[in-house]
Design a protein around this ligand. Structure first.
Ligand code: ADP
Ligand code: MG
Length: 290
């Protein structure tokens, strides 16, 4: 499974006074099993980009190729592509509409022809994947649940289609810290336990630093930087020019470096910072005693 984007340009409302160039000649590739983060300021084109991954938006020019299938080819079955590449929109709970949690999650698989026990099994599995208890929640109204639970019902609706790739647009937006941690933990498990390819659009540098392997950075419709998370966060100055930050622990390490040339600065997590600061302190003490 791979997603390949070649020279993708997207213009909203072309040839009108409201014309807007949302994607400007973007090329990228996402390999099977990767966990990729997509960052960039508001309006940089992230949501527009990911809606091309499953054919929801059509390129103004350029190509989108999923599993070797060009989405613009007449022979390509877009329904099948949408099943393979599951897209969880921003605030997906706004798209819940059925009377029960079960009916909402069952909607997609039912349309695919699943029924009876096979359908129940599918819904149960999808709920389990996002940490929702089937027995206690299946008959509840989704609208009686907490914000975090509603969001997980919406995610389960996408997972019930058994996609190989899951694309999430700011899945933690608007949740409290606990809801945020829970959702991120679920996403991490989907990647680790089920080997899903995950694309995570996020505003939080801390979250992507903790979770993803590789980052794509958008700016004004262009893909301006890609690399491992470590490589990208090593470009603090450039990111600042783009209006983006770096994780706080990475910033802390950079400041300590001013006092100690040996301080590691490619720090991404609190655990790494802990180790590096201990080494830094040991070295400082060594110098004082010398
Ligand atoms: P992001 O997700 O990074 O915030 P978007 O992809 O939503 O960025 O937006 C990229 C650009 O396209 C912005 O300038 C935005 O105003 C414009 N845009 C997004 N959606 C639409 C739309 N439906 N119609 C017209 N312009 C849009
Ligand atoms: Mg967006």
């Amino acid at each position: 499974m791979s997603i390949r984007i070649e020279n993708l340009t997207h213009i909203y409302m072309p040839n009108t006074p409201m014309e807007s160039l949302a994607l400007d000649n973007v090329s990228l590739e996402i390999e099977d099993g990767e966990f990729v983060g997509l960052i960039g300021q508001t309006g940089s084109g992230k949501s527009t980009l990911i809606q091309h991954f499953n054919g929801l938006l059509k390129p103004t020019s350029g190509k989108v190729i999923v599993d070797g299938l060009d989405l613009a080819d007449r022979g390509t079955n877009l329904k099948e592509i949408r099943r393979r590449v599951g897209l969880v929109f921003q605030y997906p709970e706004h798209q819940l509409f059925e009377e029960t949690v079960f009916a909402d999650i069952a909607f997609g698989p039912r349309n695919m022809g699943l029924e009876g026990e096979a359908l129940e099994e599918r819904v149960r599995e999808a709920m389990e994947m996002v940490g929702l208890d089937y027995a206690t929640l299946k008959d509840r109204s989704p609208f009686d649940l907490s914000g975090g639970q509603m969001r997980r019902v919406a995610m389960a609706g996408v997972l019930a289609m058994k996609p190989k790739t899951l694309v999430l647009d700011e899945p933690t937006a608007g949740l409290d810290p606990r809801g945020r941690d829970e959702i991120l933990q679920q996403i991490k498990e989907l990647h680790q336990r089920f080997g899903m390819t995950v694309v995570l659009v996020s505003h939080s540098m801390e979250d992507v630093a903790r979770l993803v392997d590789r980052l794509l950075v958008m700016h004004r419709g262009k893909l301006v930087l890609t690399g491992t998370t470590r490589e990208v966060f090593a470009r603090a100055e450039y990111l600042r020019q783009l209006g983006l930050g770096i994780p706080q622990v990475t910033e802390l390490a950079r400041r300590l470096r001013e006092h100690c040339a040996d301080m590691r600065v490619d720090i991404l997590t609190v655990e790494e910072a802990h180790e590096a600061i201990r080494a830094f302190l040991r070295q400082k003490r060594g110098k004082v005693h010398a």
